[in-house]
Design a protein around this ligand. Structure first.
Ligand code: GTP
Length: 347
C-alpha cells in the first residue's frame, strides 16, 4: 500500500520558521520531521510514498530525491496552485492505487498501522479516519460517533463545553480509490470541510479508528516547543541521534568541542560538530543543531537551535526557536522565534 504525504501547505501559523521552507521539514530532534515520518512508516512495511508538494517543494525534492537513500521509493505530486487537503489527493490520483494511506505530514505521531489497516478491512467503509483523544478539543475537528464506529458528524473547533467528544480527526486516513470520485478536480478542496461531510451525508461509510500512540499537531510555535519537551522527556520515543551520557538525559553528537567549565543541564541534546565556548550553561530542555557555534558564557534554556546557528558570547536565550543559520548577538532574548541571519548589533 502506498502512503500519500500532504506536505504542500504554507504553514502560516509556524512562521517565521516556515517562511522559506515546508512545515514538515521543520527539524525535530535535529532531523526533518518528514524523514522521521517516512522511516516510521517504512518500519511498518510501507516502502512506496507519494509526497504532495507545493510551498518550497524543491527543499523536499532535493532532500529525499527518489527515496533510495532511505530505502523507499518516492514520487511527487506537484500542485501549480495550492489545492487544499482534498484537492492535493485528487491531484495525486494517477500515482495512487486501489487503497492508500493519506497523512498530513505535519502531524507528529506514532501509529500502529497494522491495526489501522485491519480496522479499515473489518469495517468495509470508503474511508477510515484515525482519531486521537485530546484534552482540549476546541482547536480541532471533533467527531460525533454513531453506532459501530461510524462517524455521524464533525464539529470544527467547538466552543468550550460544546464538543460532542474528545476524539478529533488525527489527519491520518485510509482510503479506497472510490473517494477520488467525490473530489472535484481543478480547484481547491478541503477534505475536512467538504469531502468528509459529503461522504457522511451520502452514507458512504466513514469510520473512526481510535489510535492511542503519541500525537501532536506541530502547527504552532507553542506546540512545536512542547513537542521537543516530549521528545527530551521521552514521552515521545523518537530516535535521538548521538550518544546519551550515563543515561542522564544528555545526548552528545560526534565531534563536539565543549569548552572549559561548560554545564550541560539535562535534558539536553547537542548535535554533531557543535562548538560551545567556556563557561556556557546549556539546558535544560534545549536542542542544539548540527554545526552550531555557541560562544562563551552563554546561558540557554528551553531553546531549540536548528543547524549552523551562531550565538555570540554572553547571549542569554530562553524559550527561543532559531531556524537554520540564525545568528544571534550577545543579547537577552525571551521567546524569540527567528529564521536566518538575525544579527542584532550592539548599540
Ligand atoms: P497553516 O497555514 O498554518 O494552517 O498550515 P498548513 O496549511 O501548511 O497546514 P494544515 O495544518 O492546514 O494542513 C495539514 C497538512 O496538509 C500539512 O502538512 C500541509 O502541508 C498539508 N497541506 C495543506 N494544504 C495543502 C495543499 O493545498 N496542498 C498540499 N499538497 N498540501 C497541503
Amino acid at each position: 500500500m502506498k502512503a500519500l504525504l500532504l506536505a504542500g501547505g504554507l504553514g502560516t501559523r509556524l512562521r517565521p520558521l516556515t517562511e522559506n521552507m515546508p512545515k514538515p521539514m521543520a527539524l525535530v530532534g535535529n532531523r526533518p520531521w518528514l524523514e522521521h515520518l517516512i522511516l516510521h512508516y517504512k518500519q511498518q512495511g510501507i516502502d512506496s510514498f507519494v509526497i504532495a508538494v507545493k510551498h518550497y517543494r524543491q527543499i523536499i525534492e532535493s532532500y529525499f530525491g527518489d527515496g533510495s537513500k532511505l530505502g523507499v521509493s518516492i514520487d511527487y505530486a506537484v500542485e501549480k496552485d495550492l489545492l487544499g487537503t482534498a484537492g492535493a489527493i485528487k491531484n495525486a490520483e494517477p500515482l495512487l492505487g486501489d487503497r492508500f494511506i493519506v497523512v498530513n505530514a505535519d502531524i507528529i505521531h506514532h501509529i500502529d498501522l497494522k491495526s489501522a489497516i485491519r480496522f479499515h478491512d473489518d469495517h468495509d467503509g470508503m474511508v477510515t479516519i484515525c482519531l486521537t483523544k485530546v484534552e482540549d478539543p476546541s482547536s480541532y475537528g471533533v467527531v460525533e460517533m454513531g453506532e459501530a464506529d461510524r462517524i455521524r458528524s464533525f464539529v470544527e473547533k467547538p466552543k468550550a463545553g460544546e464538543a460532542p467528544s474528545n476524539w478529533v480527526n488525527a489527519g491520518i486516513y485510509i482510503m479506497d480509490r472510490a473517494v477520488l470520485g467525490y473530489i472535484p478536480s481543478g480547484r481547491a478542496v478541503s477534505i475536512e470541510k467538504e469531502t468528509f461531510p459529503l461522504l457522511i451525508r451520502n452514507g458512504s461509510g466513514v469510520y473512526g479508528h481510535r489510535m492511542n500512540g503519541y500525537w501532536m499537531d506541530m502547527g504552532t510555535t507553542e506546540r512545536y516547543r512542547q513537542l521537543h519537551w516530549d521528545v527530551l522527556d521521552r514521552r515521545f520515543p523518537l530516535p535521538i541521534d548521538g550518544k546519551e551520557l550515563d543515561d542522564k538525559g544528555i545526548w552528545l553528537g560526534d565531534n563536539a568541542k565543549i569548552g572549559q567549565g561548560v554545564l550541560l543541564v539535562p535534558p539536553v541534546m547537542i548535535g554533531n560538530n557543535v562548538t560551545i565556548g567556556d563557561r556556557s550553561i546549556i539546558g535544560p530542555y534545549s536542542v542544539v543543531g548540527n554545526g552550531c557555534r555557541i560562544g562563551g558564557g552563554v546561558r540557554m534554556a528551553n531553546t531549540i537551535l536548528w543547524d549552523r546557528c551562531k550565538i555570540r558570547s554572553g547571549a542569554q536565550l530562553n524559550k527561543c526557536i532559531f531556524g537554520s543559520g540564525t545568528h544571534a548577538g550577545p543579547h537577552i532574548l525571551h521567546e524569540a522565534v527567528c529564521n536566518r541571519a538575525l544579527e542584532v548589533q550592539r548599540p
